[in-house]
Ligand binder design. Structure first.
Ligand SMILES: [Zn+2]
Ligand SMILES: [Zn+2]
Length: 291
C-alpha cells in the first residue's frame, strides 16, 4: 500500500510545513485515526517553537484530536473500526514507573505526549495508543469536541475536584480558550458563576455562556468585588500571568466549617484552582463500551 496523507510538521523552531507521508499501520496496542478536527492549544506553541523539554524535530503538533478509527493494531479488542474517538495531551502511560505502579497514571514519568513524544493531530491521520483514547458521544460534532480534549478537561477536572457544592460562588478568571469553557461548566454544575475579564469586550459572551455576574478587572479590583459578594469558594484561574492570578487570592471566601463523616468537624477549604493536564479518558467514558 502506498497511500499517503498530509500532515503539518514543525521542521525547525518556529517553522511549519505541509508534508506528505506514507500511511503507516498501527503497532500493537495502537489505533490509526482519520482526523476530523484538531483544536489549537497554547501548549502547541512549545512544540512549534521547539521549546518543549525533550522534543525532537520534526514533529506534528496537536493534542485536541477527534477522528474515526480506521485501523486497529494487534491486541486492540475494545475499540471498533469507524468509531469516533478523542486524543488528548497525555495519551498513554508506561505502566511501570512509580506513579503508574501506584495507580497515579496522570503523573507517569514517561508518558506518551501527543505532539511532543509522538506526532499529533495537525494531520489527516494519527496513530494513537488505544489505552489513551476516549470515545466521543454522537451528540457533539468533532469540531465542538476537539477543544474539550485539553481546554475542556483541564477546566472541568479543576472544578469537579475542588470540593465545591451546588450554589457556591465560583469565579473564572480569563474568558479565553479555557475560561469560556470553564464558565459553562461552572454554570451547569450549579455554581453561582462569576466571570472575570479585562475590559468589557468579553462581558456579553460571558453572560451568554452562563455567567451570572461579570467583573471587569480593568475598572475595579476583582478580589474586592468578589469579597463584596461574600468571596469566591473557588477561583478558576486561566490567565497566563502569574501576577494577575496571584492578586485574586484575596477574593477567596474564608474557609467554611463543615461536618465530615462520623461527626468530626473540620475546616473545609477554599481553593484557587489552577488548571492541570489530564487524560482524555477523564472526559468521557473509559472506553468504547457503554455496558
Ligand atoms: Zn492543550
Ligand atoms: Zn508511568
Amino acid at each position: 500500500m502506498n497511500e499517503t496523507y498530509k500532515a503539518v510538521e514543525v521542521y525547525e523552531p518556529g517553522k511549519l510545513r505541509v508534508v506528505e507521508r506514507p500511511v503507516a499501520e498501527p503497532g500493537a496496542g495502537q489505533v490509526r485515526i482519520r482526523v476530523e478536527a484538531c483544536g489549537i492549544c497554547h501548549t502547541d506553541a512549545a512544540t512549534v517553537m521547539g521549546s518543549y523539554p525533550g522534543l525532537v524535530l520534526p514533529r506534528v503538533p496537536g493534542h485536541e484530536v477527534v477522528g474515526r478509527i480506521d485501523a486497529l493494531g494487534s491486541g486492540v479488542s475494545r475499540w471498533k473500526l469507524g468509531q469516533r474517538v478523542g486524543v488528548g495531551l497525555i495519551a498513554g502511560e508506561d505502566g511501570v514507573c512509580e506513579p503508574c505502579r501506584r495507580g497515579d497514571i496522570v503523573n507517569c514519568q514517561n508518558p506518551v505526549i501527543s505532539g511532543v513524544t509522538v506526532d499529533g493531530g495537525y494531520a489527516e491521520v494519527m496513530i494513537a495508543e488505544a489505552r489513551g483514547i476516549s470515545s466521543v458521544p454522537d451528540e457533539v460534532t468533532s469540531a465542538e469536541a476537539a477543544p474539550l480534549l485539553c481546554a475542556g478537561i483541564t477546566t472541568y477536572n479543576a472544578l469537579r475536584n475542588a470540593g465545591l457544592h451546588g450554589g457556591d460562588l465560583v469565579a473564572v478568571q480569563g474568558i479565553g480558550g479555557l475560561g469560556h469553557l470553564g464558565v459553562q461548566f461552572a454554570r451547569h454544575m450549579g455554581f453561582r458563576t462569576v466571570a472575570i475579564g479585562r475590559g468589557r469586550d468579553k462581558e456579553k459572551l460571558a453572560k451568554e455562556l452562563g455567567a451570572h455576574v461579570y467583573i471587569d478587572s480593568a475598572s475595579e479590583d476583582a478580589a474586592v468585588a468578589l469579597q463584596r459578594m461574600g468571596g469566591g469558594r473557588a477561583i478558576l484561574a486561566t490567565g497566563t500571568s502569574g501576577s494577575a492570578m496571584g492578586s485574586l487570592v484575596s477574593g477567596l471566601a474564608a474557609p467554611r466549617q463543615v461536618h465530615r463523616g462520623r461527626g468530626a468537624a473540620g475546616p473545609d477549604t477554599t481553593e484557587c484552582v489552577s488548571t492541570g493536564v489530564w487524560r482524555a479518558l477523564d472526559l468521557w467514558e473509559l472506553d468504547g463500551h457503554a455496558d
